[in-house]
Design a protein around this ligand. Structure first.
Ligand code: CP
Ligand code: NVA
Length: 308
């Protein structure tokens, strides 16, 4: 019977906080949670949730994950806690560590997340920052593994903004040996630290390609993935980005250039006729709602490892 392994790093702030073996263990655990083949008891454990940005999937999947594991959650937001009045992160973190067993945080600046982790005596999980969305990447690769037996045979093409979702996909993909191609407009490439780290991890440097040509990037791809063009916090840039990203929509013409059996992923929420057409979104190739469900199973697995 598979068991949660103790993670070497206390926190999960970045995909880089996990080793390849740890990711594989989490994905295996997640599959077992999904098939109801695994019971982990986190009775009396409390997950604190801090959301400085909106969330549907991350918030609900963490709450349901804790509930299924026998624990509970406390949902904090800036308006109903003292966080919005400017209480220092280092004070909030030290207090929450006295009540909670683990804290998941969605915020803007990645350095704020790191500040929480620095002061918290309990594990901190990245529930999305401007830099990374590593919980999403775990669910994404779980969804990919359900379709393709071996990560080494998979070509994942992400078309759109080189944002938090793309950054975590790159890092987790590098750790799993997946070929990752990113097609984004010039000036919207993924974070350069992330790209350099990924090149350090890959044995074969050809497995990561960044370009501004979606038509070439999709050739033979097994997975087509996209995310919103304007992320939370980028509302003012929306008009400009809508123009710059013209030509980066996943539409049926682009899908035809990928592998015949290719699947479509989107972390959601989606904006039809921007990053993806309604036709592609609703097509048989879509695994988007399995992917959303997998957030729950992957996070049950992650929590089991962090709290075990
Ligand atoms: N994919 C994702 O993180 O969704 P939410 O913003 O709804 O949590
Ligand atoms: N890149 C998006 C992801 C939403 C889940 C954002 O940060 O808004």
């Amino acid at each position: 019977m598979i068991k949660p392994i103790k993670l070497a790093n206390k926190n999960f702030l970045s995909s880089l906080d996990l080793s390849t073996d740890e990711i594989i263990n989490i994905l295996d655990l997640a599959k077992n949670f999904k098939n109801n083949k695994l019971n982990v008891d986190l009775k009396n454990k409390v997950l604190g949730l801090i959301f400085d940005k909106s969330s549907t999937r991350t918030r609900v999947s963490f709450q349901v994950a804790m509930s299924r594991l026998g624990g509970t959650t406390i949902d904090l937001n800036p308006t109903t806690s003292q966080i919005g009045r400017g209480e220092l992160i280092k004070d909030t973190a030290r207090v929450l560590g006295r009540y909670c067993d683990v804290i998941a945080i969605r915020t803007f600046s990645h350095s704020d997340l790191e500040e929480y982790a620095k002061w918290s005596t309990k594990p901190v999980i990245n529930a999305l920052t401007d830099l990374e969305h590593p919980c999403q990447a775990l669910a994404d690769y779980l969804t990919i593994q359900e379709e393709f037996t071996d990560f080494k045979d998979v070509v994942l093409t992400f078309i759109g903004d080189g944002n938090n979702v793309a950054n975590s996909l790159i890092l987790c993909g590098a750790l799993l040996g997946v070929e990752v191609r990113i097609a984004c407009p010039k000036g919207y490439e993924p974070n350069s630290f992330v790209i350099n780290k990924a090149y350090e991890i890959y044995n074969n440097k050809n497995l990561l390609k960044i370009s501004d040509d979606p038509n070439t990037a999709v050739l033979g791809a097994n997975v087509l993935y996209t995310d919103v063009w304007s992320s939370m916090g980028e509302e003012k840039q929306k008009e400009e980005k809508d123009k710059v990203f013209n030509g980066f929509t996943i539409d049926s013409d682009l899908v035809k250039k990928a592998d015949k059996e290719a699947i479509i992923l989107h972390c959601l929420p989606a904006y039809r006729s921007k990053e993806i057409t309604d036709e592609v979104f609703e097509s048989k190739k879509n695994r988007i709602f399995d992917q959303a469900e997998n957030r729950l199973h992957a996070q049950q697995a992650l929590l089991s490892c962090l709290l075990h």
